[in-house]
Design a protein. Structure first.
Length: 336
């Protein structure tokens, strides 16, 4: 749990509590090693700057910002889903919160009240890949109550924030689900006509529409998961027909991550492995499918056929190596 979200402050180790501002500066220098030409005191254009080089995001100084590494593109709009690393310090330099120490980036949606107000306003002024320090006065952080035991009442907080990634606001979940389902039907139609390349493109397009599901209700999450399984499964089938065996394997593995006993995915994965002469893997996945569908003759026949092909492949390899050895021996004899 973190302190930038609207929850009680978490408990941290003594190591974190003892970490001073010098440690933060060391992290910043490491981040900026490849950007040494960028001044640490360059503010965003158009805003007043105080004597320490901080831009006043609010004129009374209750929210300030100093850019440590310039970003790319435009500032974020409301609803943007951002992933960040941050280090939060008190005025004396003591670290009270650090996603870096936890080695776990923090994610939130801008402008939705998921974080303290200073973050909602301050991060919205940032850009992709930017690193900046945000100074949040009490009114934009934890106010008169603070967040005991780490943040005292009326505390001004300092945050070094790095934008790791940002996803623009998405259409409503229900709309994206509907569009993905419609695209899936189009893909199924062209698949039935054996237009596999077109089907692959449409299945991939449908998956892109439901790539992100944050903000979804439990029922929508279930629907999205089910739809993803269907799309990846159909995508695997199309790639298998198109002899894109490695890509077929990727799609099958995506299905099995969500549904470890999916027979179709295991069967298609085995077929793709066999096409790449990875017979042991092929048999492993066929046996997985057989354990789930014990009375399916197609799976049993495929196991038998795969084992026969594996034996024939090994015999062929054996004869090939024997011929190579004989050829090498003959060449050595002639050179004596």
């Amino acid at each position: 749990m973190n302190t930038v979200s609207n929850v009680d402050a978490p408990t941290y180790t003594s190591t974190e509590a003892a970490m001073k501002i010098e440690d933060v500066e060391a992290e910043i220098k490491a981040l900026n090693k490849e950007n040494e030409d960028v001044s640490n005191n360059v503010p965003e254009e158009g805003g007043p700057v105080d004597s320490e080089g901080f831009q006043l995001l609010i004129s009374d100084g209750t929210l300030k910002k100093k850019i440590l590494r310039k970003g790319e593109g435009e500032p974020f709009s409301e609803g943007t889903f951002v992933t960040v690393h941050y280090v939060g310090t008190l005025q004396d330099g003591t670290v009270f919160d650090s996603s870096r120490k936890r080695n776990k980036p923090f994610e939130f949606k801008i402008g939705k009240g998921q974080v303290i107000l200073g973050w909602d306003i301050g991060v919205a002024t940032m850009k992709s890949k930017e690193v900046a320090i945000l100074v949040c006065g009490p009114a934009l952080a934890y106010g008169e109550k603070g967040s005991p035991p780490h943040i005292k009442p009326n505390a001004t907080l300092y945050f070094e924030v790095e934008i790791l990634s940002a996803t623009p606001p998405q259409d409503p979940i229900f709309q994206r689900i509907a569009e993905a389902m419609s695209t899936k039907e189009k893909a199924n139609n062209v698949y039935s006509k054996q237009e596999y390349e077109a089907a692959i493109s449409l299945y991939e397009k449908a998956l892109q529409r439901i790539e992100y599901s944050w903000g979804a209700l439990p029922g929508e999450e279930t629907e999205i998961r089910k739809l993803r399984i269907q799309l990846y499964s159909n995508l695997a089938a199309a790639r298998l027909h198109n002899k894109q065996y490695k890509d077929c394997i990727v799609a099958c593995e995506a299905v099995l991550e969500m549904d470890s006993t999916n027979v179709k995915a295991a069967f298609r994965l085995a077929k793709a492995k066999k096409a790449l002469f990875a017979y042991d893997d092929a048999i492993k996945y066929l046996e997985l499918a057989a354990r789930v569908e014990q009375n399916d003759p197609a799976i049993r026949n495929e196991i038998t056929q795969t084992k026969r092909e594996q034996l024939a492949f090994k015999q062929k390899e054996k004869h090939m190596y024997a011929a190579m050895f004989e050829s090498k021996s003959a060449s050595t004899s002639l050179n004596k």
